[in-house]
Write a protein that binds this ligand. Structure first.
Ligand code: PLP
Length: 395
């Protein structure tokens, strides 16, 4: 097996940081320590192995809470954002069904499938009404519509902090104010935003915040749900009653410690890293605009994640470009595809973009391990691929 110490050791430059990030070496060392040395079960109360694991988990909850401006008592560890999101939406529906009030969930149509498919499942079972929020062609939320719909009675608002395809950052503070005004719980999927932009759970009126460690240089299969004090949730996993009965199952101590350490490092390094990442993204954007005639930038360019560059080359299909560059550049057509079938992006469709923009869309994700020379190489490789594809198409 090849040992990867930076992201381009496979001779393929990694530009898919929205999909997942490499684990920071310092985090990986902690993971190893908690797998091999302090490997105890955090629920074992009869010996020091259990005590050490419990203490490590407590420290991780402090680190997670500190990064998102919450209290450590509000942190529940899960297997990732998908589970956190499912827990909130399914619980909201069962709570409302038990009071005989039909739940109405307001959802941003560009949410991740973890939100959309959970809502679809609930709608199919006829357990709730799902109300799509309005966006424009840049993916920006219509706040007036949100206000109006909240006035008509909503049981849960689901709006992400940042989008995983176009990188848009949503106005969480303003949404939180609306949620507070109407006393509606607000689920914010912050998987793409945590560790990249400042978040203040306590002050911003978020009720539930979902996150995944592997988006911020931590391990896969580890995440958290931050739950505002006083908000009741019904568990979806039953068993040993771990984490106040909200999420049974032996705690994944290495994963939790890894998440905590990744959060601690983000607190220290986020500002500087994100500035450097934004500079690299702007450099690549300018190089591509210069070298690739007809290239379009998608999403809200004035308010997007620093590591996001989402482009379309309308006359060239994204699959043709991917086929040409896949040995050299790890870029993506959009959301990661779990079924192996590449469907057109639901995000771009919800933005009502023309078919050629959707078919020519490419997502480039830049992260803290990206280097300037990789940006320059990417611009060369991509522009050459477009040129060669166009030669074949138009000759
Ligand atoms: C915005 C967003 N939400 C949720 C998820 C799901 O995260 P996980 O697969 O770690 O549960 C992802 C991962 O791609 C994401 O980008």
């Amino acid at each position: 097996m090849k040992k990867i110490t930076s992201t381009n050791k496979l001779d393929c430059i990694y530009f898919d940081y929205h999909s997942t990030t490499p684990v920071d070496q310092r985090v990986a060392e902690m993971l190893l320590h908690y797998m091999t040395t302090e490997f105890g079960n955090a629920s074992s109360i009869d010996h020091i192995y259990g005590d050490m694991a419990k203490e490590a988990v407590a420290q991780a909850s402090v680190n997670v809470a500190n990064l998102v401006g919450a209290s450590s008592k509000e942190v529940i560890f899960t297997s990732g954002a998908t589970e956190s999101i499912n827990l909130v939406i399914q619980s909201n529906v069962s709570n409302n069904n038990s009071t005989k009030i039909r739940p109405r969930i307001a959802v941003l149509p560009v949410e991740h499938k973890a939100v959309l498919d959970t809502c679809n499942m609930i709608a199919k079972k006829n357990l709730a009404d799902i109300i799509n929020l309005q966006i424009d062609s840049k993916g920006r939320l219509n706040l007036d519509f949100l206000n109006k719909i909240c006035d008509s009675g909503i049981s849960l608002i689901c709006i992400m902090a940042a989008n995983n395809e176009i990188g848009n950052i949503y106005p969480i503070q303003e949404i939180g104010q609306i949620a507070r005004k109407y006393n509606i719980p607000f689920l914010c999927d912050a998987s793409q935003a945590v560790g990249k932009i400042p978040i203040n759970f306590e002050e911003w009126g978020i009720t539930y915040l979902a996150l995944s460690a592997h988006k911020l240089y931590g391990p896969k299969g580890s995440g958290a749900l931050v739950v505002r004090k006083g908000h009741q949730l019904n568990p979806i996993l039953f068993g040993g009653g771990h984490q106040k009965g909200l999420r049974s199952g032996t705690l994944n101590v290495p994963g939790i410690v890894g998440l905590g350490e990744a959060c601690r490092l983000r607190i220290l390094e986020m500002d500087e890293d994100e500035k450097a990442i934004a500079n690299l993204r702007d450099k690549l954007q300018n190089l591509l605009l210069d070298k690739v005639p007809g290239l379009v930038i998608n999403g809200d360019v004035n308010n997007r994640l620093s590591g996001n560059l989402h482009i379309s080359i309308p006359d060239v299909s994204n699959s043709a470009i991917i086929a040409r560059v896949r040995q050299k550049l790890a870029i993506s057509t959009g959301a990661a595809c779990s079924s192996g079938v590449q469907a057109p992006s639901h995000v771009l469709q919800a933005m009502d973009l023309p078919t050629d923009i959707i078919d020519g869309a490419l997502r480039i994700g830049i992260g803290k391990f990206t280097k300037l020379e990789e940006i320059e190489q990417a611009a060369e490789i991509l522009s050459l691929a477009v040129q060669q594809t166009r030669q074949v198409m138009y000759c």
